[in-house]
Design a protein around this ligand. Sequence first.
Ligand code: TYM
Length: 336
Amino acid sequence: MPKPTKRILSGVQPTGNLHLGNYLGALRNWVRLQAEYECFYCLVDLHAITVQQDAAALRASTRDGAAMLLAMGVDPSKSVLFVQSNVPAHAELGWIFNCVARIGWLNRMTQFKEKAGKKKENATVGLYVYPTLMAADILVYLATHVPVGDDQRQHLELCRDIAQSFNSQCGVEYFPLPEALILGEATRVMSLRDGQKKMSKSDESDYTRINMSDSPDLIAQKIRKARTDPEPLPGDPKGLESRPEAKNLVGIFAALADRAPADVLKDYGGAQFSKFKEDLAELAIAKVGPITTEMRRLQGDPGHVERVLHEGAERARAVADPIVRDVKEIVGFLRA
Ligand code: TYM
């Protein structure tokens, strides 16, 4: 079987409440890359249960997450959209990778440290091995490229280490070393309340993020209340250094407008934040609003969303199953 050279896999935690960081850092790129790559996109429910979930809520948020991805422009006639747990090959390869990755490698993962916090002993084993499953998600399709936000960089490095280690342990050139695609002007969108903290769905305050399902009024209010500093905007990006909140808002503006920050600052250099925020709110509403409307429409048609996911899982299994079969052969498992 010839190996793919331009195949993408990426994943997102199942939630209908995706935020602007998810969108600008990754999901918008998923949509754009569909034109050029063979794409597999999944809602990672196996990853979601590494922290406790309510069953009914997980089911609903998986369906809503899929509706949101479709609303953003993931197109099932171009890409394979599916739910991770519907393709058992991910978990199977994940186990094999648990037997390749080293404890020392996982101990270095900053996301585990952040998510487990002070209660490390109480975190699930699943949360600890989260990155090995993520490597399996990618490599079970022999994906070559992975569009993600900047926060996933370390996980992608681990994925390459696992691929390389598997190949050299088994004396094969089976897995590719996938490349992260970290693209655009907003690869790390920060909290609207604290320019040092990442915009995140788990932040307690809803005012730290813009959700893709927020109403226009709420978006405007959140941007108006976003933290800034007392200085006017600088005339060029150098003036944003050591001004994290200003830098974040300019980055968001640039990404939404598809312009470079330097270009945006040509228009706003010397302006007060009040004027800039007004224009940013208008721009954000114009970009987010149609997605929210389409998401609501799709929520009213759950049958369609489920059909897309069902068909996506079939197409994903057709690619992943033979790859796991190869891997089992390489490892030395007796065929059934
Ligand atoms: P998740 O669900 O946390 O986020 C989905 C995508 O959004 C990006 N992202 C951000 N980008 C910029 N600024 C932010 N503040 C921000 N917050 C989130 C993330 O980088 C991600 O690309 N581990 C992954 C899901 C996953 C995956 C995979 C990704 C599972 N398997 C295989 C790629 C390949 C995660 O939790 O993403």
